[in-house]
Structure formats: structure tokens, C-alpha cells
Design a protein around this ligand. Sequence first.
Ligand SMILES: Nc1ncnc2c1ncn2[C@@H]1O[C@H](COP(=O)(O)OP(=O)(O)O)[C@@H](O)[C@H]1O
Ligand SMILES: [Mg+2]
Length: 494
Amino acid sequence: METLDIAPTASALLKSLRGLGYTPETALADLIDNSITAGAKTIALSIDWNEGDPRIAVRDDGRGMSLNQLTDAMRFGGEGPDAPRVADDLGRFGLGLKTAALSQCRRMTVASAQGSGCACLSWDIAVVSETRKWTALVDADIPIFEHVQPIGPSDVGTMVVLEAMDELGGLFGLDSERFYARLADIRAHFAMVFHRFISGDARRVRISINGRDVAAWDPMLRTHTATRMLGSGQIGTGPQAIRATSYVLPHRDMFANDQEFQAAGGPGGWAERQGFYVYRGDRLVVAGSWLGLGERREWTKDESSRLARIAIDLPTACDPAWRIDVIKARARPPAALRSRLVRTGIECRDRAREVFAWRGGQVRPRSDTRQASPLWQEEHVSGRRRYRVDRDHPVIQALFEQGSETTRLARAAISLIERTVPIERIWLDVSEDVEVPSGGADGGAGLIEDLITAVRSSRSDLPASEILDGLLRGMRIVDPALRKTVLAAVGGTE
Ligand SMILES: Nc1ncnc2c1ncn2[C@@H]1O[C@H](COP(=O)(O)OP(=O)(O)O)[C@@H](O)[C@H]1O
Ligand SMILES: [Mg+2]
């Protein structure tokens, strides 16, 4: 058959490859992937504001490249997505190095050495536009700026330099304040995406920005004693098998202070960071998403399920099935796994909602069936939910036994309160993460008085300590000091 070779226009293709949707975070993370795959132990990023015309260098101590290897590395689509890759290869399409760097700038240079001389090649959009061919530069000058440690001929490692940035990238033309705010975002992104490497859970790697190490941020908060691991299991079989591990993170009350609580929430905050965390070869690809899964409808990131986080571990053999994209920021579960993942999601979300709704202290184990006197009850009336005050609650009972006029008044008051619980308002406040004071824990002196009155007026034959414990459990308060104070005041004993 007659054929005709139609070659792409170099400069046009190069320009469209710049718009794949990288951000500075995802672009630099892609370069870090390459360094990790090359066996680097330390990866030093230098990011220079330079009055709004920034420059970036990513320097690693990985195995480096010869000139031949570097030439292959600079080829667009080099190894391609079909090349067999070893398990710890974080690469995918053979594009990352070039497209990630050029998404942010118009000139990228790679200098690499393996202990005997340095190879150096650059792509410059202006040069390719001019020659209209895939013309790379050899041994072009690299800018040296603060924190940059140049590669010497006897070094082993690689340096990628980004310069001549423009509006297509995310760091160009910012005033210094906004620039450094973006640097903080970038740092937080690395802390999250590479946390298993930084902390040493995977192969340990040190990542620094401008001389300061990036500290790991573990989304599962495994160091907190109140974090609960619900379970871990394999889903599927063979090379496509994945592992899912579910966690429910601690209630806000379990954090020492607000700063700790906010930090545990992570970039973007608690609600945003709930859901599945997809790891590909220990590198985080999706940091909190319900992956389009759900029951009748797709799950949304409700405030009430914000404590649910599920780690999914994918071997790189899963790439096509999970549709890992070029910028490695998206993944879609294959149809065959969806129902299993939904079940995992339901369990984790349910438990997370329970912990979220428990206020004022520890989560009571499910098996704890000891007498508790909750004041509020849930009722289902023709498919709708109502919240009622329990008429058998000891305090309400005592109130009803005061004499007919008071009782009528009390019944009327309670009924009015029930009918006017500002449910929608509370719901909005909770979804907007307005701090709603917890039921009892921060009640202070008033709470002590109320409890004393409640225990004293109780008609029950039980000892004071048991009446008090029933009340406290009903209010979900675990506070030994408070309990002791009230018990002493009512003259109760253990
Ligand atoms: N920092 C580095 N150190 C050593 N080799 C590298 C480095 N960065 C890139 N390479 C080489 O360049 C090749 C192309 O990289 P890239 O364009 O990111 O594609 P991919 O990572 O998908 O293979 C890599 O497969 C690797 O062999
Ligand atoms: Mg790569």
C-alpha cells in the first residue's frame, strides 16, 4: 500500500505538550519520581524567586546518565507506556521529564554525571521554533543561584534546571509574598505525596527545598493513639491485586490543640482530604477522593465523613486498568473492583460518621451496653427522622413528678423545644465546619451545677454514682475529674 510519512511540526507539538495540566506541584513531583526511580537518597530542590522570573533546580544523587542515556531520556515518549517497568519504577509514559519541566518554563536543561564527565542537554522552545526541528542544545550554560550545588564531572547524579518561565507555569510573575506562599503549598504537596519515602516506610529519601528538609505528612495519622485501623485486605487476585487499608482518624476533641488538629487535616483541610488514598509503588497519586464511587449517588465529601481515609496500594502493573494519567494525579478504579471498594467505603464512612458525631471524649466501644441515659432519641415517623427528648430520662422524670401544674408546663416546654430544634441551621454549621460547642465536655461550672441538681433530684433507687455514670454516658462525657467533683458534691461514694 502507498504510504506517506507525516511528521509532527516540532514547535507546535512542543507547545501543546506544555498544556497537559501540570501545576508546579505536580510537575516537580514528576521530576522527583525520576530521581527516586534512579535510586537517589537525597533530592535537593532550589527554587529562586528572582524578582518574579523564577528558576528551579532539582539535584539528585541517583545513578546518573551517560550522554547516550541522557539523549534517550530527552527523547519525547522515550520508553513509552508499554515498556515493561520494574516494580519500583515511578515513570509511566516516557514524557514526564520533558513535559513536566516545559509545562513551567521555556527552557529546561538536564545535566547528568556518572563519575567520569558530565553530559548536558537542553530543550529550548525558542530554538525548536526557530529550527522547526527537534533540535536540542548541547552543553548550554546553566544558571547558578542560591542553594544550587552544580554537578561536577566526578559526581554521580542528575540535575534538572528550569528557566525562562512564563504565564503557562504557576510560579511566574508573582510578588515575593505570593511566591513564598506557593512554596509552602509545594512543600506540603511533597510532604503528602512522598510521605512513605520521607518517613522511611518505603525506601528512605531525603527531599529538601532551599536547604530545608521536607517533613513527612502521614494522611493516616498512624502515630496518634486515637487513630483506628479498621482492617486491611486484598482485593482481587494475581498481578492486578490491590490492598485496601481503612482508617478512622480521631475526633477533633482528641487533639492537643487546634493547630495539631488543622495539621492532621492536611492541605485543603479535613473535608477535602477524606476518601481513598491511592498509592502507586508507595507514591501517592490520589490524595483523598471517593473515586466516583457511591451507593445510589456518588459519595460527596461531607463534613460528617471527613475522618474516613482508606489507603489503596497499587502495583505499577495496574496502571492501564486504573487509568493512571500522564501527570499522575488521577486514577479510576476498574469496574471489576468497584463493588468491593464500595463496601470498603461504606464501612469506613459509617464508622467515621460515628466518631464524628461522638463528642466530648473517647469513643465508647460498641460492646459497651452499660446503662446510659441519653436525653435525645431518634424516631422514624413515616420515613422522616424526628428528635425527641426521652420522657424516661431521670432528669425529665423528676421534673414531671413535681406537681401537676409544673408537669404540664414542663411537657409543653419540652414539646416546643423538640419542635423547634434548628436542624437545618446545625446541619449547615456542621457542613461548613463552624465550630459547634460539644454537648458537655466544655460546659464548665454550669455543667457541674446541672449534674449535681440532676443527681439530687433523681427518683431512682440506684446509688448516686450509678445515676451520675448513666447521665455522663448519655452525654458521651468521659471526664474523671468532673465525675469526681460532682460525686463529692452529692455525697456519693463509689
Ligand atoms: N533524575 C534522573 N536520574 C536518572 N535517570 C533519569 C532521571 N530523570 C529521567 N531519567 C531517565 O529518563 C527517562 C525518561 O524520563 P521521563 O521522561 O520522566 O519518562 P518516564 O519516567 O515515564 O520513563 C527515564 O526512564 C530515566 O531512564
Ligand atoms: Mg518520569
